[in-house]
Design a protein around this ligand. Structure first.
Ligand SMILES: [Zn+2]
Length: 488
C-alpha cells in the first residue's frame, strides 16, 4: 500500500510546554514555510538554546510568516540570512513597522551585554532579606551569545512584506494565508493557511493562534474569526490555568495616583515596551482627562515604548471603538498633557533627582535590568517612593521578590533597605485568561478537528486541555518539541 502524503504537516520547533521560542515549520507537497521564529527567554540556560538553530532547511523555505513583534515570536528572525533564507518575511503592517526597530535594537542589546560583561558592569540584583526570599548570589543578566548582526537585522527588514488583515495572499503553489486580528498588541495576528488538497476536496485549513488577547480588550478592536473551522488549530495556552480577578483597575490606579500626589510620592512602574506600556498609558490618559493627574508628570522612559505607542494612534481601525473615535477626532488616545517621553540615557538620567510627585514608566517589566533598575536603585530606600507592578513577575527575579515582601535588596552591588511602598494592580494582561481562550475557540463556526496546545507552561496547557475536552469535540493534543502534526 502506498504511503499517504499528508496535505499539511506542522513540526513544533519551540514553545512546547513553555512560553517562549515559538517556531513552527509547515510542509505541504509544494510549499515549505515557517511561522514565527522567536527567542527562548528566561535565564542563561534558555538563552543558550537560541544559538542552536532548529533542524530546518532554511534555504528551501518559501516564506516566513510572523504573528507579532514580541521577542518570543520574532526574536530570532535576524538569524535567517545567516541560515541561508532569502525569501520574504510576511507580517501585518504594524508588525512590519515595528520589526526593523525590534531587530536592530536586539542586535544593539546583544553587543551591549557582551561589553557590559567584559567591563564587569552587567546589571545585577537579588533579595537579601527576609531569609526565605533571599538568594545566595545576585541574579546577573549574563550576556547571551551574539545571534545576529545589525547587517543581518537590516537584511530581514528589507525582506519584510506587509499584508492587510483578512486578505488572502497566495504565498506558494496551492497555499494561501491571511492574518486575523488577535487583539493582543498592535498588529498581532492569528495566521490562517488554506492549502489545496490534491484529491479535489475542500482545502485544508490550519490556524496558528499567535498570542490571543482578552475578549474585552480596553485598547484594541475585537478579534477576527475565520468563516471556517480549522482542521488543525495550533493554539497558545499561556493563561490556560488562570482566571483574572474582576477588579476595577482604573479605580485602583486612581487611588494610587491621588495618594502619590497628596503625599508627594514618585511612582515607579516597570513595564514592557509593547503592550503593557500602552495599557497603562491609556489608563493614565483617562486619569488625566478626569483631572486626577492635574499636572503630575508622567515619564515614559523607553524609546521603544514611545515608538510602539505612536503606532497605536497610526492604526485607529485596530483600536477599541472609543479610542478609534478619539483618533478620528484627531486626538491621540495614548497622549495627554502630563506625558513626557524620554528617548535616551541622557534624558533618562535627567529625572534622577526629581523629588516631586510623578510617575516613571520604564523597562524591563521584570524590574531586573534596563532604566527601571536604575530608577529603583536610586529610590527604593526612600519612603516617598512607590513601585507599581501591573504584570506577572518571574520567580527569582527582583520584581517577584519585591511583590512578595522583600525588605532588603542588592542592586548593582549596593545593599538597600526597601522603604518604598509596593503596589500591585492585578488582571492587566495582553493574553486572555482561560475563559477568554475558551470563548475564542467557541466563537469559531465549528470545533477544530485537532487542537495542538503550545506556548504554555506544563500545568497551564494541561489544565486548559482538560477545559477544552469538556467543552469542544476536538482532538486535543499536547505536542513535544520536534513532534509533527498532520492534516490529510
Ligand atoms: Zn505576545
Amino acid at each position: 500500500m502506498s504511503e499517504v502524503v499528508p496535505c499539511v504537516s506542522v513540526r513544533i520547533h519551540g514553545a512546547a510546554g513553555e512560553v517562549t521560542g515559538s517556531c513552527y515549520e509547515v510542509t505541504t507537497p509544494h510549499a515549505h514555510l515557517l511561522v514565527d521564529f522567536g527567542m527562548f527567554q528566561g535565564g542563561t540556560e534558555q538563552e543558550m538554546r537560541n544559538t542552536k538553530a532548529p533542524e530546518i532547511d532554511f534555504a528551501s523555505l518559501d516564506a516566513v510568516l510572523v504573528t507579532h513583534a514580541h521577542i518570543d515570536h520574532c526574536g530570532r528572525l535576524g538569524m535567517l540570512p545567516g541560515l541561508g533564507f532569502q525569501g520574504p518575511v510576511l507580517s501585518t503592517e504594524p508588525t512590519a513597522e515595528l520589526l526593523p526597530r525590534v531587530l536592530t535594537s536586539s542586535a544593539t542589546l546583544q553587543q551591549l551585554r557582551i561589553q557590559e560583561n567584559r567591563a564587569g558592569t552587567s546589571p545585577s540584583s537579588r533579595v537579601l532579606a527576609p531569609a526565605h526570599l533571599a538568594s545566595a548570589i545576585p541574579i546577573r543578566s549574563e550576556p547571551p551569545p551574539i545571534l545576529f548582526t545589525h547587517r543581518n537585522a537590516e537584511r530581514v527588514a528589507r525582506a519584510l512584506r506587509a499584508i492587510p488583515f483578512m486578505e488572502w495572499e497566495s504565498i506558494a503553489e496551492g497555499v494561501e494565508m491571511r492574518f486575523l486580528h488577535a487583539s493582543h498588541v498592535i498588529g498581532a495576528a492569528s495566521i490562517e493557511l488554506r492549502v489545496q488538497r490534491t484529491n479535489g476536496m475542500e482545502p485544508a485549513r490550519v490556524l496558528f493562534s499567535g498570542d490571543v488577547g482578552p475578549m474585552e480588550n480596553p485598547l484594541l478592536a475585537p478579534h477576527q474569526w475565520s468563516d471556517c473551522a480549522p482542521d488543525l488549530l495550533v493554539m497558545e495556552s499561556t493563561n490556560g490555568a488562570r482566571k483574572f480577578p474582576q477588579v476595577d483597575q482604573y479605580q485602583l490606579l486612581v487611588e494610587i495616583l491621588k495618594e502619590a500626589k497628596a503625599k508627594n510620592q514618585r511612582v515607579l512602574a516597570p513595564v514592557f515596551a509593547l503592550g503593557r506600556a500602552q495599557t497603562i498609558l491609556q489608563l493614565l490618559a483617562r486619569a488625566s482627562r478626569d483631572g486626577v493627574l492635574q499636572g503630575m508628570p508622567v515619564y515614559l522612559d523607553s524609546a521603544m515604548a514611545v515608538r510602539a505607542s505612536e503606532l497605536y494612534a497610526r492604526h485607529p481601525n485596530l483600536l477599541e471603538v472609543s479610542l478609534h473615535h478619539s483618533c478620528m477626532r484627531g486626538t491621540n488616545p495614548l497622549h495627554f498633557p502630563e506625558l513626557h517621553t524620554l528617548m535616551s540615557r541622557r534624558e533618562s538620567e535627567s529625572i534622577d533627582r526629581i523629588k516631586t510627585a510623578c510617575v516613571i514608566m520604564a523597562g524591563s517589566g521584570f524590574c531586573d535590568a534596563g532604566p527601571i533598575l536604575r530608577h529603583v536603585k536610586l529610590a527604593i530606600d526612600q519612603p516617598d517612593t512607590r513601585i507599581l507592578f501591573t504584570g506577572h513577575q518571574l520567580d527569582g527575579l527582583l520584581g517577584h521578590g519585591l511583590l512578595h515582601g522583600a525588605t532588603r535588596v542588592e542592586i548593582n552591588g549596593a545593599a538597600l533597605d526597601v522603604n518604598a511602598k509596593i503596589d500591585r494592580i492585578a488582571g492587566i494582561s495582553g493574553h486572555g485568561d482561560a475563559d477568554d481562550l475558551l470563548a475564542w475557540v467557541k466563537r469559531m463556526p465549528g470545533s477544530p478537528k485537532t487542537i495542538a496546545l503550545v506556548h504554555g507552561a506544563v500545568e497551564a496547557r494541561e489544565e486548559f486541555a482538560a477545559i477544552l475536552r469538556q467543552n469542544v469535540s476536538s482532538d486535543v493534543r499536547l505536542p513535544s518539541l520536534g513532534d509533527s502534526l498532520h492534516v490529510n
